[in-house]
Write a protein that binds this ligand. Structure first.
Ligand SMILES: Nc1ncnc2c1ncn2[C@@H]1O[C@H](COP(=O)(O)OP(=O)(O)OP(=O)(O)O)[C@@H](O)[C@H]1O
Ligand code: SF4
Ligand SMILES: [Mg+2]
Length: 315
């Protein structure tokens, strides 16, 4: 693989909930991302996608494991130094913008905190450049967040993330709260910015078709673990993990003939709770291919074909 920008090793983030129970939101995830790539992260609600993103970027302390960014250990107290280079965009652009701040002040916050502007004129120019880079203009600078549409608000969030010139952006479901007609515009904007600025994206999403279209590689999570990781086309052409196969079989195909002839895999059984998980494979209770061994041994993520990783005893 080309130069690694991010190396995540055996990363876990547990939460203590209720009666001192341990909830394993992220449980031993390892992966590498190369500079300039887009890695899509998918999996059903509650599988730990956001927690993984937040732990990588330093918003949560890891329970175990390490994150290395451009060779430096983020988990060893170097977060502040690296904060400029790693940014996150959240799902709901409204709640992530302070309603009492004008757009110019929202965009200036990072510039001021990190003393990036050489003069007042440079600061103003940076704000206008940021607005223009996301398809807004100078006239928007003096408005408040509620005076924008959802799509425009997400553009402001993107501009805010770009204000500190990051290399790496975690986009946590950045389009799911937007109108379908606006979603493609925001995705196109993110792609244009990536090619202009050489950005690296970890793109968290539910919509498999959209993830396929924007990602170089896709990681599939199940109950805190990465169960499959592969180049997008390989994952769609030959999904290996039984959970990935079920996820992909649920995507509608536009061709009615093909749609009628294919088998949809219905996931049976309940999702196990991430609290006090049993030994063995976390997917075992829902898996069509389960063997005795699956209930005892945890399957480890391993490279099954070049670049195609899967955690399953049956593969
Ligand atoms: N601060 C927290 N305290 C306790 N439990 C948490 C906390 N944040 C997340 N969790 C739990 O960790 C698990 C993973 O949550 P997370 O938000 O990472 O999932 P997700 O994959 O992003 O889901 P969604 O697709 O719904 O956004 C869930 O069981 C959730 O309830
Ligand atoms: S390890 Fe066993 S239970 Fe788990 S996904 Fe593979 S076959 Fe199914
Ligand atoms: Mg989430």
């Amino acid at each position: 693989m080309a130069e690694a920008l991010l190396e995540v090793s055996d990363l876990s983030r547990y939460f203590t909930v209720g009666n001192r129970k341990t909830l394993k939101a992220v449980d031993g995830v390892s992966m590498t991302m190369r500079r300039g790539e887009t890695l899509g992260l998918v999996g059903e609600s509650g599988c730990g996608k956001s927690t993984l993103g937040r732990t990588i970027i330093g918003l949560y302390e890891p329970t175990a494991g390490t994150v290395r960014f451009d060779g430096a250990n983020v988990t060893a107290g170097r977060y502040r130094e690296l904060a400029l280079r790693m940014q996150m965009i959240f799902q709901d652009p409204y709640t992530s913008l302070n309603p009492r701040m004008k757009v110019s002040d929202i965009l200036a916050e990072g510039i001021d905190n990190h003393r990036l502007a050489r003069s007042t004129a440079d600061r103003s120019k940076r704000i206008v450049d940021l607005l223009e880079s996301v398809g807004l203009s100078q006239e928007h600078a003096n408005r408040y967040p509620h005076e924008f549409s959802g799509g425009q608000r997400q553009r402001i969030c993107i501009a805010r993330a770009l204000s500190v010139s990051p290399d790496f952006i975690i986009a946590d479901e950045p389009i799911s709260s937007l109108d379908v007609s606006i979603q493609a515009q925001v995705v196109n904007l993110l792609q244009d910015l990536q090619s202009e600025m050489g950005l690296t994206y970890l793109f968290i999403a539910h919509d498999m078709s959209m993830v396929r279209c924007i990602s170089d590689r896709i990681g599939v999570m199940y109950l805190g673990s990465l169960v499959e990781l592969a180049p997008s086309e390989d994952l769609f052409a030959k999904p290996l993990h039984p959970y990935t196969r079920a996820l992909l079989s649920a995507i509608p195909i536009p061709d009615p003939k093909e749609e009628r002839s294919r088998r949809r895999i219905m996931l049976k059984g309940t999702v196990h709770s991430p609290i006090d998980m049993p030994p063995g494979c976390k997917f075992a209770l829902r898996c069509e291919c389960r063997k005795d061994r699956c209930l005892a041994d945890i399957p480890r993520l391993r490279e099954v074909e070049p670049g195609h990783f899967c955690a399953c005893h049956d593969v």
